[in-house]
Design a protein around this ligand. Structure first.
Ligand SMILES: [Zn+2]
Ligand SMILES: [Zn+2]
Length: 369
């Protein structure tokens, strides 16, 4: 992510999110085909740029789409662009999709990082958490990912490949984990002073809240991240499922708690105060997953997690938070910037964030669970 970039400089009058949303909404008013796809692409270009939305959306737009982008970008503010979309879509009011609400455009992330406070700036994070290797569905070897984390200036990192329960991601079985542990031990012998790698495992929370990896096997890895990747049934309140998962002995982190996915899935419905209070009770950290299409937690829920279980009378301390990139390739390691920006926007106190701790402190935290 380019850190100095400021959105909407110069002639851009419409916030990037608003221009992207307009293009997404117009794409939905089209029947499936090339026009719909072009609008969708332009929307993503506007959403994913750290600079101005207009030039990004125009960059690969076909000729027929360019005047429309210019027209939308010339609107004065988000309300005007929404009204323009309503007119263009035949007078129907623009209904923002719930699956897109609460996501920050890359330009907004850049702006938050620019404003600070700087104590959670990605450059100041000691630990790089939640990344994958080609031991499950990542695109790079462990050593390449660890090297990239070290080069970014991190003192330690937490590899978190999938357990075998997630069939689509061809996860690690016990033997695979053992082999990976050997690679980690070799790395730590050779370069551990400069950059220490911890072994995590992203295990599946099954429909009933049990985990797909038995207790004895979980004990063999340093950090267990419990995560939901299936059974998102929007009609079901999933509080009990999550409560059971975070109460399971040996769970360290509740990863991407909602399981939402930009444009596709709103994520789990649960009584989050209750889930986070249980996390605080059991000493389970809650992740802010910075993968741009996840952003899970968002800033609103991160605030709830920080306040959860905070009972001044009893002196309980609320949840710890882990900032994760969920990187599946070296360039994705930059996504910890999204997580950091969300934490900044939620005003998460620095001492609640595991990534700012020294490797020894993080290890002590792991051993304490
Ligand atoms: Zn996951
Ligand atoms: Zn993951």
């Amino acid at each position: 992510m380019s850190r100095g970039a400021s959105p909407n400089r110069g002639c851009d009058r419409v916030p990037n999110e608003a221009l992207a949303e307009a293009l997404f909404a117009l794409s939905e008013a089209e029947p499936p085909g090339d026009r719909r796809l072009a609008l969708l692409r332009a929307g993503y270009a506007a959403f994913d740029t750290a600079g101005g939305a207009r030039p990004a959306a125009l960059a690969d737009a076909p000729d027929w789409l360019r005047p429309l982008i210019e027209q939308l970008a010339a609107c004065r503010g988000a309300d005007a662009v929404a009204a323009a979309v309503g007119r263009l879509a035949g007078g129907r009011p623009l209904r923002p999709r719930a699956t897109r609400s609460g996501f920050l455009a890359r330009s907004a992330i850049a702006e938050i990082l620019r404003r600070g406070p700087s104590e959670l700036h990605p450059r100041r994070l000691r630990g790089a958490c939640h990344w994958h290797t080609h031991d499950s569905d990542g695109k790079a070897a462990l050593a390449a990912m660890a090297r990239a984390c070290a080069e970014k200036g991190h003192a330690w990192s937490l590899v978190s490949d999938h357990s075998r329960g997630l069939e689509v991601a061809s996860g690690l079985d016990r033997e695979g984990l053992r082999l990976q542990r050997g690679r980690i031990a070799r790395w730590n012998r050779e370069r551990g002073d400069e950059h220490r790698v911890f072994q995590g495992l992203e295990v599946e929370v099954l429909a009933d809240g049990t985990l797909d990896v038995p207790h004895g096997e979980r004990l063999e890895v340093s950090c267990v991240l419990a995560a939901v990747h299936s059974h998102f049934d929007p009609d079901r309140d999933q509080t009990d499922r999550l409560l059971r998962a975070v109460a399971t002995p040996g769970v360290h982190v509740l990863a991407h708690p909602r399981g939402r996915h930009f444009h596709h899935r709103q994520g789990l419905r649960a009584r989050w105060e209750k889930v986070f209070a249980a996390c605080a009770d059991h000493g389970v950290a809650v992740e802010i997953n910075g993968f741009p299409r996840r952003q899970d937690l968002d800033a609103d829920l991160a605030r709830v997690a920080v306040a959860a279980g905070c009972d001044l009378m009893l002196g309980s301390a609320g949840c710890d938070l882990m900032l994760g990139s969920d990187a599946h390739a070296v360039p994705h390691l930059e996504f910890d910037a999204y997580a950091a920006a969300i934490a900044m926007a939620a005003e998460v106190p620095r001492q609640r964030v595991l990534n700012v701790r020294h490797a020894d402190e993080f290890e002590a935290w792991l051993n304490d669970r």
